[in-house]
Design a protein around this ligand. Structure first.
Ligand SMILES: Cc1cc2nc3c(=O)[nH]c(=O)nc-3n(C[C@H](O)[C@H](O)[C@H](O)COP(=O)(O)OP(=O)(O)OC[C@H]3O[C@@H](n4cnc5c(N)ncnc54)[C@H](O)[C@@H]3O)c2cc1C
Length: 384
């Protein structure tokens, strides 16, 4: 069926102008046939307060939006502390306002084939290989449709990575700008898995974030108390002001994700399982997926599982099960992971780019018993 003339029609509809929708848009713009494609971008305008860190060994397509790169990462716990260069990787930071302003002020206005519509998509209907999408006051046809609408909300008791961070300005130079602190377990106040994450942007300006891996989101005071304690413990005597705060929650989901939604629309971003369940890192996985999707626009995609698969999914699930059942072991597991492996190897493993021989070396360095118990349980339950 052809699109009725009064309804606007597009080659590509992208639902969601977030991390995935905008990166996909960017990747489409790299195609040779880009100027001939009519694109609709629909977003419900929900507030997006977030910035992104990711590591990469290559130039990222949005490298021009990176405002800070660290070449060293540190890990600390009560028993152990390590700072190490992460070559060949850089750990990059893109502030949310830089990302969104680039797209709204530069990229989209420069591309006249993009139509932007504000509204919540409440219906996607398939029709002979094309899609009709509806908001309360807008309807459009698209030959293809990409959607970042979350497929389901997940279970309430599901593990989450939840956090609150303070952007602080110290009254004198205290931060080492060469090193981002990935995990600092030295201040332990609660039974749930929690650590402090630090991004020093300058000698006086940093993001100090309290992060939990647990199923229940904490009250603001809990994160605040942790950050205050950390500041007293690590930077005693330093006066500082909190200039702004960041709060967030990322699902550490055990579910499997599919490429397509109910109407056959292509799912992207978090909706397509691009969150790495054991760490929450998503940005660069979305980048890689966007590159792949943009290159394969005219190819019918397999309805395969997306996101983490194979043995890495198994590893993620073992760790998630240990976090749920034995949170008291987690700081020790990460301590051994960083003590006996180079930080670059750990990052490559988290990128799912290691070979089995390297993974064997990594698991060899960890406390075996909880992993063996979880592996046996995994096999018996066959719950993968
Ligand atoms: C605070 C925070 C910090 C994070 N930091 C990092 C980090 O440092 N590194 C990292 O790798 N990952 C990080 N993540 C995880 C991940 O990168 C982000 O969650 C990422 O934004 C997911 O991209 P997305 O496009 O799937 O979702 P979003 O960026 O949330 O975009 C989805 C968009 O779709 C819109 N939308 C939803 N439903 C509809 C609808 N029905 N109709 C129209 N529009 C709709 C939403 O308003 C939104 O604009 C962070 C997450 C959070 C919450």
């Amino acid at each position: 069926m052809n699109a009725p003339e009064h309804i606007p029609s597009f080659d590509i509809i992208i639902i969601g102008a977030g991390c995935a929708g905008l990166q996909l848009l960017y990747q489409f713009s790299q195609r040779k046939d880009w100027s001939g494609l009519k694109v609709l971008l629909v977003d419900d305008g929900a507030a997006k307060q977030r910035s992104w860190c990711f590591w990469s060994s290559e130039q990222h397509p949005l490298q021009h939006l990176v405002t800070k790169t660290w070449h060293q990462l540190s890990f600390s716990s009560a028993a152990f502390s390590k700072t190490q260069t992460i070559g060949p990787y850089g750990y990059h930071y893109i502030p949310g306002d830089v990302f969104f302003e680039y797209f709204s002020r530069e990229f989209i206005p420069a591309h006249h084939n993009i139509t932007q519509v504000s509204g919540r998509v409440n219906q996607i209907q398939p029709n002979n290989g094309s899609y009709l999408i509806k908001t309360d006051d807008y309807v459009a046809w698209g030959k293809t449709c990409f959607s970042s609408i979350p497929a389901n909300k997940g279970q309430a008791d599901e593990l989450k990575q939840h956090f609150k961070g303070w952007y602080i300005e110290a009254d004198h130079e205290v931060f080492d700008t060469s090193t981002a602190s990935l995990m600092d377990y030295s201040v332990q106040l609660y039974q749930d898995v929690h650590f402090i994450y630090v991004l020093p942007f300058s000698k006086t300006h940093a993001l100090i974030e309290a992060t939990f891996f647990s199923s229940k989101i904490a009250e603001d005071e809990v994160y605040d108390e942790l950050i205050s304690n950390y500041m007293q413990y690590t930077y005693a005597g330093v006066n500082f002001v909190v200039t702004s705060a960041e709060k967030g929650c990322i699902p550490m989901s055990r579910q499997t994700f599919k490429r397509f939604g109910q109407a056959g629309e292509v799912l992207i971003g978090q909706a397509a399982g691009m969150v790495k369940a054991s760490t929450g890192y998503t940005f660069n996985r979305i980048t890689q997926d966007s590159i792949w999707l943009a290159r394969n626009l005219n190819i019918s995609l397999p309805n395969a599982q997306t996101g983490t698969g194979g043995r890495f999914r198994f590893y993620d699930r073992l760790l998630l099960n240990i976090i749920r059942k034995k949170p008291q072991l987690v700081a020790g597991i990460f301590t051994r992971l960083f003590r006996y492996n180079s930080s670059a190897r750990v990052l490559r493993f988290l990128d799912e780019r290691t070979k089995p021989i390297h993974e064997f070396a990594i698991f060899w360095s960890l406390p075996w018993l909880p992993f063996i118990k979880e592996t046996i349980k995994y096999i018996i339950d066959n719950d993968g």
